[in-house]
Design a protein around this ligand. Structure first.
Ligand code: B1M
Length: 226
């Protein structure tokens, strides 16, 4: 008997499950999409991300509240976890060490985790310090790891000043010499990055990789890998 081939996952369904905070549904469909051979980046860009964008819009318009956003965030992180090995695949010898974290007072980590994954996928050694990271902790890790790049993430206008505090502390401790400081996050702009003395700003995870490579190249032409 001829077997009917199961239909490929519609990535819009992943967005819908994510908006509905259906963690298991997002996991099941993400797994299925990978099994169908859909590239991880496509699942991310056409399934998970549009869902999270919609959640952001609904939250802003008071159509949903924190508990719903938490569930959607968990669903997003569960989907990302399945994509992680694919996004990080093809690692080559680390070309530079990046210390990354969400600044003090800020608990948002979905975007930071994505940036971290993309950096790893591009062959960087990534030290992810997590969320709510104090300027002192960043400074300590930069010194201990002899990092080449610092990547700071902020999602709140109220936590953005802690980016400047971190950069100021690094200068005070004489740790800015040779260090590339990058910033990003939804409320950030190139103008703000310039204002606080960051070396680079990136609007999203892919651009963060491009920017890191560009900045490394401009400093040490031989140090950049892939
Ligand atoms: Co909150 N939240 N949240 N939240 N949350 C926002 C950011 C908000 C814009 C929602 C809104 O009002 N529309 C608003 C901030 C307003 C403002 O400051 N102007 C807000 C608020 C107000 C709050 C609370 C204060 C709510 C409250 O308690 N009353 C509270 C604060 C808690 C705290 O941090 N102290 C809060 C809490 C939460 C949850 C815990 C419920 C949850 C976070 C869960 C988690 O992260 N694990 C949450 C969520 C999910 C959001 C929204 C809905 C989605 C954020 C997200 O994950 N986006 C968000 C609304 C929105 O942004 N539209 C919102 C998807 C992610 C892939 O994108 O993070 O932008 P993003 O990352 C991108 C780029 O920005 C860039 O690349 C990433 C990938 O392309 N990027 C970098 C990020 N970091 C980078 C670093 C780099 C380079 C690029 O380094 C070089």
């Amino acid at each position: 008997m001829q077997r009917v081939k199961e239909a490929m996952v519609d990535l819009g369904h992943i967005s819908q499950r994510l908006i509905g905070g259906d963690i298991q549904g997002v996991e099941r469909l993400t797994r299925k999409a990978l099994d169908d051979g859909i590239p991880a980046r496509e699942i991310l860009n056409r399934g998970l991300m549009p869902g999270m964008d919609e959640v952001g819009k609904k939250f802003k318009e008071n159509l949903i509240y924190i508990p719903e956003v938490v569930l959607s965030a968990k669903a997003m992180l569960a989907g990302m976890e399945l994509l992680r090995p694919h996004l990080e695949a093809g690692r080559v010898k680390p070309s530079a060490t990046i210390v990354i974290g969400t600044v003090q007072g800020d608990l948002h980590d979905i975007g930071k985790n994505l940036v971290s994954m993309m950096f790893k996928g591009a062959g960087f050694e990534v030290v992810d310090l997590g969320i709510d990271v104090s300027p002192q902790r960043f400074a300590q890790e930069i010194a201990d790891r002899k990092a080449h790049i610092l990547a700071l993430s902020a999602l709140l206008t109220t936590s953005m000043p802690n980016m400047k505090k971190t950069l100021d502390l690094l200068s005070e401790m004489d740790l800015r010499q040779g260090l590339i400081a990058m910033v990003g996050g939804a409320p950030l702009t190139q103008a703000y990055a310039d204002e606080i003395g960051a070396d680079g700003y990136a609007h999203n995870a892919s651009l963060a990789v491009d920017k890191a490579k560009e900045l490394l190249k401009s400093r040490t032409p031989q140090s950049i890998g892939g």
